[in-house]
Design a protein around this ligand. Structure first.
Ligand code: PBG
Length: 320
C-alpha cells in the first residue's frame, strides 16, 4: 500500500476526494446598526455584521466564488416576543440584509433560516402553548415566514425548526404565491445537540432559551429515524437535505447519501468550529490542518457541500 504514498505527486494522483470552493456555504450573523462588527466570544474570528458590512462580506464571498451565504439574525431583545412576530416583519433584519445583498451582489446565492428561535422571548423554534411546542400552528407561521423571506429575495429556504410536515406546507405556499423557483434545503436530520452552544450566543438565544429542544430535534442515539425524516422531506418536496451537526454524525451523512440521490449537505456547526479554534489557539493541535481534515471528512462521507464558518478562510486558501 505504501508504494502509492511514496511522494506528493503520487498521493495527489490517487486522491479520492477533494474540497473545492463550490462545496461551501458560508453562514453569517447579521445585527442592527451601521458599520457594526461585534465579535462572538465563543467563535474566534466570527463577527455579527450590520447590513452594510454583510454586503461587504457578500462581495468578498462572491469574489472568492463561494456559491451561497446563509443569513442568521441577531434580533434586538426588545423585538422578541412570545410568538416571534418579528419573523413576519417584512422589514426585519433578515429581509433588509436579503434586499441589500441582492441589490449589490446579485450573483451570490442567499439562504435563510426558517425557525422562530431568533425572534421568540422563550428561545424556542416554535410556538409555546402550556409548556408544549405546538406543531401545526407553528407550521402555519413558518409558511408565512418563508413567504416574507422569499419576497425579500431568499433563494434557498432552510427550515431548521424540525416541525412535522413543514416542508410540504412551505412548498405548497411558495408555489401558490409564485415562488416556485425558490429552493428548499431541509434540515432533515437535526439533532438536539450540545454543539449549538456558540451559535446561541451569536444570535442571542442563550439567555432566552427555556428548557431544551428534545421534543422536536432528534435524539443523538437514533440513526434509522434520520432515514424516515429524509423520506418524508423528500416526499414533501425538499430539493436538498442536510445533516446537523456534522462531524459527530458522519454516519448519517453517509447513510442518507447512499440511500437517496438528493444533494446532501452537512452543517459543521458552531461548536465544531469553536472546538477546532480553541484547541488551535491553545497550541493543542494545528488549527489549519484540523480544519482541512474535518472538511475533507464530509466529502469522504458523501456530502455534496458543507455549511461552515471556515468558508472564507478555506476559499482564500483554495484561491492561492
Ligand atoms: C435555529 C438554528 C440553530 C442552528 C441553526 N439554526 C440552533 C438551534 O437549533 O438551537 C445552529 C447552528 C450552529 O450551531 O452553528 N433553529
Amino acid at each position: 500500500m505504501r508504494r502509492n504514498r511514496k511522494s506528493d505527486w503520487s498521493r495527489r494522483l490517487v486522491q479520492e476526494n477533494a474540497l473545492t470552493v463550490n462545496d461551501l456555504i458560508w453562514p453569517i450573523f447579521v445585527v442592527d446598526g451601521d458599520n457594526v462588527r461585534q465579535s462572538v466570544t465563543s467563535m474566534p474570528g466570527v463577527e455579527r455584521l450590520s447590513v452594510d458590512n454583510a454586503v461587504r462580506a457578500a462581495e468578498r464571498a462572491a469574489k472568492l466564488g463561494i456559491p451561497v451565504l446563509a443569513l442568521f439574525p441577531y434580533t434586538d431583545p426588545d423585538l422578541r416576543d412570545d410568538t416571534g412576530s418579528e419573523a413576519l416583519n417584512e422589514n426585519n433584519l433578515t429581509c433588509r440584509a436579503l434586499r441589500a445583498i441582492k441589490k449589490e451582489v446579485p450573483e451570490i446565492g442567499l439562504m435563510t433560516d426558517i425557525a422562530l428561535d431568533p425572534y421568540t422571548s422563550h428561545g424556542h423554534d416554535g410556538l409555546l402553548q402550556d409548556g408544549v411546542i405546538v406543531n401545526d400552528a407553528t407550521v402555519q407561521q413558518l409558511c408565512e415566514q418563508a413567504l416574507v423571506q422569499a419576497d425579500a429575495g431568499s433563494d434557498i429556504i432552510g427550515p431548521s425548526d424540525m416541525m412535522d410536515g413543514r416542508i410540504g406546507a412551505i412548498r405548497e405556499s411558495l408555489d401558490a404565491n409564485h415562488y416556485q423557483d425558490v429552493q428548499i434545503m431541509a434540515y432533515t436530520a437535526k439533532y438536539a445537540s450540545a454543539f449549538y452552544g456558540p451559535f446561541r450566543e451569536a444570535v442571542g438565544a442563550n439567555a432566552t432559551l427555556k428548557g431544551d429542544k428534545k421534543t422536536y430535534q432528534m435524539d443523538p442515539s437514533n440513526g434509522s429515524e434520520a432515514m424516515m425524516e429524509a423520506e418524508l422531506d423528500i416526499q414533501e418536496g425538499a430539493d436538498m437535505i442536510m445533516v446537523k451537526p456534522g462531524m459527530p454524525y458522519l454516519d448519517i451523512v453517509h447513510r442518507l447519501k447512499s440511500a437517496f440521490s438528493l444533494p446532501t449537505f452537512a452543517y459543521q456547526v458552531s461548536g465544531e468550529y469553536a472546538m477546532i479554534c480553541a484547541a488551535g489557539q491553545n497550541g493543542w493541535l494545528d488549527q489549519d490542518r484540523a480544519m482541512w481534515e474535518s472538511l475533507l471528512a464530509f466529502k469522504r462521507a458523501g456530502a455534496d457541500g458543507i455549511l461552515t464558518y471556515f468558508a472564507p478562510q478555506v476559499a482564500e486558501a483554495l484561491a492561492k
